[in-house]
Write a protein of this length. Sequence first.
Length: 395
Amino acid sequence: MLFSEANYRSRVRRIQAEMAKSSIDALVLERPESSFYVTGYNAIIYSRPVYAVLTQNGDPILVLPYLREAHAKDESPWVKDIRTYFEFSVLGRTFYKDALSSLKAALDDRSVLGKTVGIEMDHVSASSYARFQRSFPNANFVNASTLIDSVKSIKDPDEIEVIRAACKISNAAMERSSEVIKRRGTERDLFLEATLAIIDEWKREYSNFYFSGLHHETHAFHASVSSGPQHQLHYGSHKPTDRRIQDGDGVTVIFTPSLCCYHGELERTFLVGKLNDIHVKMFKAVLEARERAFGLIKPGTRCSQIDEAARTVFKEHGLADYIRHRSGHSIGIELHEHPLLGEGDSTTIEQNMVFAVEPGLYRDDVGGVRHSDTVLVTSQGCEFLTEYDRGYLTR
């Protein structure tokens, strides 16, 4: 089990308190990110539904395929009520034949079958919602996406410890990347050596945490590099090439390793050799926007204020036309969580939120400048969890 039973019970109590405030009798969590948060169980492959069910009182229920029963009992032993479904009878056991039939029985046992049921409407498909309505015609379905997102946004000490470790690993990978850029290696060289640095740092310092993302283990080692023509595409390339890094290049390197399904994000843009005046101007503006944003990250600030501050800097430099995205996002089990450091998000920042802060600029004929750091909100401001050089980077 990743965290202590007391930790998971504390999460459940927080969610149940919010359910009571919203008059939600039952909460059905289908998203892997949410069911994992509540129970600690990661099925790895979610080709069939896995539901975590909460009522206003009592422990959670897990509904999952029979194939995953032993895994769930091993990974989340504190969850005692595990309901399985399977199309056939085996070993003298008879099962509900599908996930919704098993879920219906669970809700009936908790006497909430025809009451107010919260589901994550921002994320479930239209077909899934239609199946819910057909299976539970008397239920009053409400959107509980904001409820679970708001609880998840405040990280507990165990979560912070894992995110901190993921960020330390990112720091080591960026150091190795810088060396490859200095010697003008290829994009593929950088990608491979950085991935090895991720593994080396994990083996040396953090092997007590396992490498894994939700859905499939291959999400755990995300690294990205773009230079030259790829750098002008305005996103981190997932296809490193044999192109050698050259003088005049902008090179953006991105790491988001996932330890125990928790992410740490570190992104840097390097300017290589002889520098383009426009790229230099963009770089300096990004650094200034970041400093203004970091100065505002503290309890009581609205998320939209961070984005507004960064955009104001870009406007002051005459570069607002080259903005392509918001200034950041919360990060944890999901790489992009709520709340968002963007226009229209009026969420008030609270202590122990964790954000990736990434105001950036992108011009078609030049490329981009993208520095991202993961920071923890403290009582007075923010703490950098990623520590690699945050300044003007030339190689």
